[in-house]
Write a protein that binds this ligand. Structure first.
Ligand code: HEM
Length: 485
């Protein structure tokens, strides 16, 4: 009993000492912190309540403190930023991911999302050509055929009854990333479903570990049930990436034997072929690194676009006048039932505004985190080296610079000459999303096909959203469709 009392007294004394020694240039503390546990009691809740808390109260409190604040989770203090200008300063000065991303290393290893800066800067340079416009244009055929397939699946749901469109979209997006960047046909619906389920669980384990600070250490985590759960999901996810790799290697070997030309294609090769070529010819990537990159592209290349499409269709269903404007534009640019061509995409200006507004309204990668290598001077304070800085991308999108209608869904704002240049959905600075052009091209193609065929109905005000590495709709996002005549 005495030992427990002494432990708590020591913790309280340490907490008091740490707070007394905070530099005057540091950002202010978020209100509501407790001795020893800090803000943890506020944050330790289910993921839907957490999202409501972060996107409303916490966001407003940080804004009231000037857009930067300190939050304490048990023994760790981290910075939270919502100010657009300060967020850019941090992104430009620091490209090292925070150790929090290490939680995903057993899954994604040294893939681009989780790699340490030293590895990342070489790999990103080598892999950038796999996302060049010239190569992405060659994917338009797959984007169209996959969109037509999705339309048929939606049609099978029948008219006028509400259903969960996210399931079809997710499976379709997973197939699409496999058929494009990863060069394999992945229509094995059993493996596809297992992947989607395991992914859902792994993303949940990551957020649970983040909130339970006693599981941050690999040693305590190793003994937890959460680790057991994570391991069984990871074996499914890795089985899929290994299958994809084996399939592609087999195809390449067959091509090599047939025409002795090596990996097919021109200078610009799809992601997986570029990886394999660099590892065969220049021995740049180890087998493990290749798998890490494939795992990363598998998840980043489909779960993101699937979520944005889910939210966007729900929003279109909730705003019929916006939907009719999108339809009118599609009719004007495409007419009839033609495939979308690359030259059509630039002309779908209003559709692009709708997608950007949807990503502003529901920022599906809600936060990013950096480890600060050096002190960083911001407008009103200085962040200290060796600390964690979490940027609320959704907070940037809800900043007062967007105007009084910040909380309204208004695609027209993107067409106004004075629209703020603070779009952060694809991240900030040089370590931003490598797949942003791929994403916009595939999402525009999908929506063009869907809106051309159906009139969507939905009510986004009923939607329940959960926080996590990725923002997801968990209820109230269902839509109904009616075939256009
Ligand atoms: C609407 C869809 C998408 C959104 C909103 C999105 C968002 C983001 C964000 C915010 C980051 C930065 C993460 C961080 O700093 O921690 C990121 C990174 C990344 N994204 Fe995307 N993404 C999307 C689609 C895609 C697609 C389609 C691909 C691949 C085909 C992709 C591949 C990646 C990769 C590999 C990274 C890590 C980049 C690096 O660190 O060099 N993303 N994405």
């Amino acid at each position: 009993m005495l030992a427990v009392a002494l432990f708590f007294i020591a913790c309280a004394a340490y907490w008091w000492w740490r707070h007394k020694n905070v530099k005057a240039t540091e950002p202010p503390d978020l209100p509501g912190g407790w001795p020893i546990v800090g803000h943890l009691p506020r944050l330790l809740t289910d993921s839907c309540t957490l999202w409501n808390l972060l996107s409303n109260d916490v966001h407003q409190e940080i804004s009231g403190l000037g857009g930067v604040a300190r939050v304490t989770i048990g023994p760790r203090t981290v910075y939270l930023i919502t100010d657009p200008e300060d967020s850019l300063t941090v992104a430009a000065s620091c490209m090292e991911k925070d150790p929090y991303y290490n939680f995903a290393k057993p899954w994604l290893g040294h893939g681009l999302v989780t790699a340490k800066y030293e590895i990342w800067k070489n790999h990103r340079k080598l892999l950038n050509p796999a996302f060049s416009q010239i190569l992405l244009d060659t994917f338009m055929g797959v984007f169209n055929s996959q969109s037509r397939k999705l339309v048929n699946y939606l049609e099978n749901e029948g008219e006028k009854c509400y259903f969960d469109h996210s399931i079809h979209i997710r499976h379709n997006a997973l197939e699409t990333i496999c058929m494009t960047a990863l060069g394999v046909d992945f229509t094995d619906s059993n493996l596809n479903s297992k992947y989607v389920q395991a992914l859902e669980l792994v993303l949940k384990t990551l957020i649970e570990r983040f909130l339970k600070f006693w599981l941050h250490s690999n040693k305590t985590f190793a003994w937890s049930n959460l680790k057991k759960k994570q391991d069984s999901c990871l074996s499914i996810l890795h089985n899929v990436s290994n299958t994809v790799l084996q399939k592609r290697k087999f195809q390449i070997n067959q091509n090599m034997n047939a025409d002795k030309k090596g990996i097919p294609g021109t200078k610009f090769k799809p992601f997986i072929d570029l990886l394999l070529e660099l590892s065969y010819k220049k021995e740049v990537f180890s087998d493990k690194e290749i798998r890490d990159h494939v795992d990363t592209i598998l998840v980043a290349g489909h779960d993101t676009t699937a979520n944005v499409l889910t939210f966007t269709m729900t929003l279109l269903g909730s705003y019929p006048e916006v939907q009719e404007k999108v339809f009118a534009e599609i009719q004007e640019v495409l007419g009839g039932n033609r495939d979308v061509k690359k030259e059509h995409l630039t002309r779908l200006v209003y559709l692009e505004a709708v997608l950007k507004e949807s990503m502003r309204f529901f920022t599906i990668v809600p936060v990013i985190a950096r480890r600060l290598k050096e002190d960083i001077k911001l407008k009103n304070c200085t962040l200290s080296a060796n600390m964690t800085c979490i940027t609320f991308l959704f907070g940037i999108h809800k900043h007062p610079i967007w105007g009084e209608d910040v909380n309204e869904f208004k695609p027209e704002r993107w067409l106004a000459p004075d629209c703020p240049k603070a779009f952060a959905a694809f991240g900030l600075g040089k370590r931003n999303c490598i797949g942003k052009t791929y994403a916009m091209m595939s999402m525009k193609t999908t929506l063009a096909h869907v809106v051309r065929r159906f009139r969507i109905k939905a009510d986004h005000t009923k939607m329940r959203v959960q926080a996590g590495a990725m923002l997801k709709a968990v209820a109230g996002h269902h839509v109904s469709i009616e075939k256009r005549t």
